[in-house]
Design a protein around this ligand. Sequence first.
Ligand SMILES: *Cc1c(COP(=O)(O)O)cnc(C)c1O
Length: 417
Amino acid sequence: MTHSDNGFFGKYGGMYVAEVLRRPLDELNAAFAFYMNDSEFIEELDIIRRDYIGRETPLYFAPTATQLLGGAQIYIKLEGLANTGAHKINNAIGQCLLAKRMGKKRIIAETGAGQHGVATAAACAKLGLECVVYMGEVDVYRQQPNVATMELYGAKVVPVDSGSRTLKDAVNEAMRDWAANFETTHYVLGSALGPAPFPDIVREFQSVIGREVKRQCAERKIEIGAMVACVGGGSNSIGFFEPFINEKEPRLIGAEAGGVGPGVGENASRMTGNASREGIVQGYKSRFLLDEDGQSLPTRSISAGLDYMGIGPQLAELGMSGRIEFTSILDAEALEAIVFFARNEGVLFAMESAHAGAAAMKIAKEIPSDKAIIINMSGRGDKDLFITNPVFRRSEWIQFLKAETERIESDKDIHDK
Ligand SMILES: *Cc1c(COP(=O)(O)O)cnc(C)c1O
């Protein structure tokens, strides 16, 4: 078990919230403890995982990458093959099913880049729940493809116009809604952070990834030397690492966004960066990118999913204790990893997951060839066309977008539906 001690992981974690939020958090904690021991709930979740999400996801041996990198055997956990294209659906489905059992009819969620919003909207559509997604106005504007997808799933996207109009303002707005409406509403938090019990809940629903890896490796007699995952808030990494945390081996490596460099504002390196500080933000104690007065600092990453100022409390604790090693990957290195795995393995990594791929490429030679490095490909790269195309084929992409705009404007058969 890697469960928290009353909401704390060492000195990190906790439930630093206004009084009005204690009741829904306590109620959630009790329901979670109950249903995780309820065989009917677990059985229903297992069936949904199998038939709707498409689990288990494959553990793919990457022969060409192994040969070219010249060290460990490279394996990739193809979590991006899960329905909706990333690991976020594991948590969204788990929490929505839990909410349904608790008698809630309405789901709210925050989203930044939109990936968690998409997963939650899909889960609500599948389970017949009303879905409202809070999203900073700036993010609504720049993440239109995900807004469109959420709306297709039937979710209502509410633009948040307070503060910096990005993710942290969307979280505040969702918390406010929850405090007012918790009798009918569950708040699906998207990563392994926030006030207790969310870090425990999200880890538990994501740990299906790590349990599958453990079983797949045992069945195929794969000896694991290292496991590598990218770390935004920390949900795919903590779920991937979970069954191995209390063991001495393998090495567990978290790849943070190194952005364009080590300077303040140039990255999102909460564990390895120059501006990494301890703090209490949005209901939990952890490590954040803060200035000396405790104000949040700007972050930067080519990957929207890693571009966040805080890290989950359990990862912060495991990083400080040394069980998890952290490394920081530059935007340019992540882009190289995307090309490497696409060309050599026919596997297209999401921008976030490519940070894990790049970290594996760097350490492959440190691990002997009779051992494996397992990379968690948290998502697939189809969603990143708008990020990769401007880099790899800028002028063709600009031309294409212009032509598309003209085509849409001149086509009288296309109407707003
Ligand atoms: C959101 C996202 C991440 C980062 O979130 P974690 O909670 O750190 O896992 C990583 N990969 C993909 C594909 C994502 O959508």
